[in-house]
Design a binder for this molecule. Structure first.
Ligand code: DGL
Length: 271
């Protein structure tokens, strides 16, 4: 792999704003990487859409990033990873990294009793992609999945520690806590922001596995192994592309991302 490729930016996409949790984790771990982020804010959410539609959107998102000359594509969106990762891996000529595998590996590394809770959008949970990946690696694992669609709006509203949010979490997690899970996979871009509330509701005995930090560690390993890690001094802020500029974008985005933003531009995606 040429040094020139290593200097190319790293592409990251998500259905909207939430993938900035993954960008933040990558920027912290790999400060020399130039990151180009696409948030499909015109078509968010992906979590309640059909597999075919999410797969089509994901192809268009990836094509946009390739047009910006990225050296690898990180699929920050759990729903897009669940529905489209194998197809993207087959279609793209650059490495494609999703959030599922790092999260699953981390969960299996953390669990002691093999009882794993899983929360995500209706799409992610309904796809059974996480359940299949866990079962393939640990056939005896007891997986307790739950679609938790109310959590994304609560996070975007900024109700991270609001009593209503705690009540919703208690409702969602109650059944899986009664099944004695010792690990909970946060299979959604937004959920890392709920960690303090989740910790309170789930208790200290449950390990929280978030897809942002586990994915960032995986990105570091893959880029290093492929000779694609950026040379020192390359990173200088995140280029953000959006398919729509929602009101209050910056205010909400700042909850997810504290790394410097280089620019924000609204773009049309290739069909
Ligand atoms: N980014 C999505 C995910 O991680 C959550 C928001 C949405 O439904 O689009 O699954």
């Amino acid at each position: 792999m040429s040094a020139q490729r290593a200097e190319a930016p790293l592409g990251v996409f998500d259905s909207g704003i939430g993938g900035l949790t993954v960008v933040q984790a990558i920027a912290e771990l790999l400060p020399d990487e130039r990151i180009v982020y696409l948030g499909d804010t015109a078509r968010v959410p992906y979590g309640n859409k059909s597999p075919e539609t999410v797969a089509r959107f994901a192809r268009q998102d990836a094509a946009f990033l390739l047009g910006r000359g990225v050296k690898a594509v990180v699929v920050a969106c759990n729903t897009a990873t669940a529905f489209a990762l194998p197809a993207l891996e087959a279609a793209l000529e650059v490495p494609v990294i999703g959030v599922l595998e790092p999260g699953v590996e981390a969960a299996l590394g953390r669990t002691r009793n093999g009882r794993i809770g899983l929360i995500g959008t209706a799409g992610t949970i309904g796809s059974e992609a996480y359940q299949r990946a866990i079962a393939a690696r640990r056939p005896g694992a007891h997986i307790v999945p739950r679609a938790t669609p109310l959590l994304v709006p609560l996070v975007e509203e900024g109700w991270l520690e609001h009593p209503v949010t705690r009540q919703v979490l208690a409702e969602y997690l109650g059944p899986m806590l009664r099944e004695d899970i010792d690990t909970l996979v946060l299979a959604c871009t937004h959920y890392p922001l709920l960690k303090p509330a989740l910790r309170e509701v789930a208790g200290e005995g449950v390990a929280l596995v978030d897809s942002a930090t586990t994915c960032a560690a995986h990105v570091a390993g893959r880029l290093g192994a492929l000779g694609l890690a950026a040379p020192p001094g390359g990173g200088c802020g995140i280029d953000i592309y959006l398919t729509d500029r929602p009101a209050q974008f910056e205010r909400v985005a700042r909850r997810f991302l504290t790394a410097p933003i280089k620019g924000i531009e609204v773009v049309a995606l290739p069909e």
